[in-house]
Design a protein around this ligand. Structure first.
Ligand code: GLV
Length: 334
């Protein structure tokens, strides 16, 4: 009799060599055809599986967890894990992991790109040019807001927020931030960042960038009331998760020029985008690609695979998945 390998599911297409790595240890049900698995399909494909390499768009909720008694590890290929019902996973003794650190700089770079594009109207300018509207120079054509020398506000000062603060130093910016907890003095000093209340952040930022995790508490952290406190010349960048911004309220505010412009990489209910955002000119829209460099996506896939292999007690790091988000489960297993 041959030894049976444990079965796992990889919910979406990933690098073939990562599938091969997983296949050394597991019987892999892959999805290299990259069909989107809705909750019913996910449930069917997960039946009998002990682990899953998931994507931030796969909802793993309490009901699904309850239907999958064999499941032992859920490894997200994303730093955010609001797609997972963490209390349900923890209660069921299922290890959950994410992919922090490997995407920090790539994501901060993209935040910077979105900030620059938004403040300086890069995509609006391109649309204008492609539409054949560029006929002559004029002093006020597509004038934007300066980034250099302005005040950057960062809501959520984790790894990516700190990466943005480091970039701001090269642009001689004043950096303000608000976070659940204030950073230690030495970290604040090294980033040249000042802790302020959320109200001050809204009122004083020339450019406000959101990099906080999505949760019940951060749902619509930026809505009409918050936008009303911002400068009419301000820009707002959402690099974090859809749902942190009330997209309908933002679209209305952009149309009414309550703020200057916005740059959004994430959306409520994505891949659907609020129809009003598609028709206002002063918004830069990108399809959730902040971590999308070849090198970083490889690193994320490999880290998710490392987590899955180790969480299922095989491979060189057996029993020690590197980036666990519910460490109490690992502690209980020991
Ligand atoms: C992407 O959105 C991530 O959380 O990594």
């Amino acid at each position: 009799m041959t030894d049976m390998k444990p079965s796992i599911l990889v919910t979406r297409a990933i690098f073939p060599d990562v599938i091969e790595r997983l296949a050394q240890y597991f019987d892999v049900d892959d999805n290299q055809e990259d069909l989107v698995l809705d909750s019913g399909a996910l449930r069917e494909r997960l039946a009998g599986k002990v682990g899953v390499l998931a994507n931030a768009a796969d909802r793993i909720d309490g009901e699904l967890v309850g239907a999958l008694p064999q499941l032992r590890a859920v490894c997200n290929m994303a730093v955010g894990y609001n797609n997972l019902d963490l209390p349900a996973l923890t209660a069921a003794g299922i290890v959950a992991t994410n992919t922090p650190d490997v995407l920090t700089e790539t994501t901060a770079d993209f935040g910077w790109a979105l900030l620059m594009a938004t403040a300086r109207r890069v995509t609006e300018g391109e649309h204008y040019l492609r539409a054949g509207k560029w006929e002559r120079w004029s002093y006020d054509m597509l004038v934007g807001m300066d980034v250099q020398g302005s005040t950057l506000g960062i809501l959520g000062m984790g790894r990516i927020g700190q990466g943005l603060a480091r970039r701001a130093a090269g642009f001689d910016m004043q950096v303000l931030y608000h976070n659940r907890s204030q950073l230690p003095d030495d970290v604040e000093r090294s980033l040249n960042a000042r802790y302020v209340s959320k109200a001050e952040l809204l009122q004083q930022s020339d450019h406000l960038i959101l990099v906080l995790p999505y949760s019940v508490e951060s749902h619509h952290a930026i809505g009409a009331a918050e936008i009303a406190q911002m400068k009419p010349t301000a820009t707002l960048i959402n690099l974090a998760r859809g749902g942190i911004v009330d997209d309908a309220a933002l679209a209305a505010a952009l149309r009414a020029r309550k703020i200057f412009a916005a740059g959004l990489d994430v959306f409520e209910g994505e891949p659907s985008v609020h129809p009003d955002l598609l028709t206002v000119p002063n918004v830069v829209l990108t399809p959730h690609i902040a971590s999308a460099s070849e090198k970083t996506r490889r690193a994320m896939a490999n880290l998710a695979a490392d987590n899955l292999i180790a969480a299922l007690d095989v491979g060189p790091q057996a029993g020690k998945p590197p980036t666990v988000v519910n460490p109490e489960v690992m502690a209980r297993r020991r």
